[in-house]
Design a protein around this ligand. Structure first.
Ligand code: NAP
Length: 273
């Protein structure tokens, strides 16, 4: 962990606010961090690997006049959320935005994974998001108006047999975000939920999208940079559900309108490809 030296935008005016990005060292989380840095936010990035965190810090600090803190934590661990919040409280961080991005999916899911791996997915995808939102609430309230951005997935709009626990956890993130938005309205904390279709953050996702979803999937894909930019812009605009890209937006409307029994049948056929 690096020594903490807050950087001020201008010593005579307000200090630059902080955004915490849980899972901000690469992929969509890094793109969100970049979009926030572009808007003058200092950053706290969290991930498990220090090398990628430091690489992200160095890229961001050389491109933007912001300060980036890096914290190494496994967010699936029960104690992480409380320790991260304590770190922020001890330094009286002017926290304006919490982004819960870290999450795990993949080709293997229920019936193919061990119970330990499934529990890890549940803990990372939903428990860490629920826990960080609660432990950081006092700081977000103190610095209101403020924002919470939870990252779900289009998979959260439908039951997907081949991605059973992934889609279940992501639908939990969506429901959690809808309700939390109402619960925090009075506190002037705006809650948003990003539910993207395919985002090519690694080669495996390109391959899976091409094989399982074909040209429709490829059409729905949006680049990580664009997803990050749209996510931050719409969160700051106070939008609840954010689905980047026209193709993905259209698909998300269809998925939500169709009967679940039909959607699960279609996904079952697609999953067997
Ligand atoms: N890519 C897509 O197509 C897509 C589509 C819809 C939704 N999403 C969702 O978007 C989010 C990000 O996906 P991505 O593709 O950008 O993932 P990614 O490229 O694998 O990046 C994940 C980030 O989270 C961190 N992370 C992973 N496990 C962690 C843990 N246990 N504790 C702390 N940090 C952890 C990673 O750093 P370390 O590895 O160093 O920990 C990294 O910074 C996920 O919630 C995913 O479900 C992705």
């Amino acid at each position: 962990m690096l020594p903490f030296t807050p950087v001020c935008q201008n010593q005579k005016t307000e200090p630059r606010p902080y955004a915490l990005v849980a899972g901000g060292s690469k992929g969509i989380g890094y793109a969100i961090a970049e979009a926030l840095a572009r808007r003058d936010f200092n950053l706290i990035l969290i991930a498990r690997h220090l090398d990628t965190l430091l690489a992200a810090k160095s890229r961001l600090e050389s491109a933007f006049p912001v300060h980036v803190e890096t914290l190494v934590y496994d967010l699936s661990r029960e104690e992480s959320a409380a320790q991260i919040a304590q770190w922020c409280i001890d330094r009286n961080i002017t926290l304006k935005m919490l982004c819960n991005v870290a999450g795990l999916g993949g080709a293997e899911d229920y019936l193919n994974l061990s119970l330990d791996s499934l529990r890890y997915m549940v803990r990372l995808n939903i428990e860490s998001c629920m826990a960080l939102s609660l432990t950081l609430l006092p700081l977000l309230e103190k610095n209101a108006p403020s924002y919470i951005l939870n990252v779900a997935s289009m998979a959260g709009f439908a039951p997907i047999p081949a991605k059973n626990i992934y889609s279940a956890t992501k639908s939990a993130v969506i429901f959690f975000s809808y309700s939390l938005r109402y619960q925090l309205k009075q506190k002037k904390i705006s809650v948003s939920c990003l539910s993207p279709g395919p985002v090519f953050t690694k080669p495996g996702i390109v391959k899976e999208t091409r094989e399982k979803l074909g040209w429709i999937g490829m059409k729905m894909a949006v680049s990580p940079t664009k997803v990050g930019e749209i996510a931050v812009r719409e969160t700051l605009n106070g939008k609840l559900m954010i689905v980047p890209g026209t193709g993905a937006k259209l698909m998300s409307i269809i998925l939500r309108a169709l009967p679940r029994r039909l959607v699960v049948m279609i996904y079952d056929m697609v999953g067997k490809k």
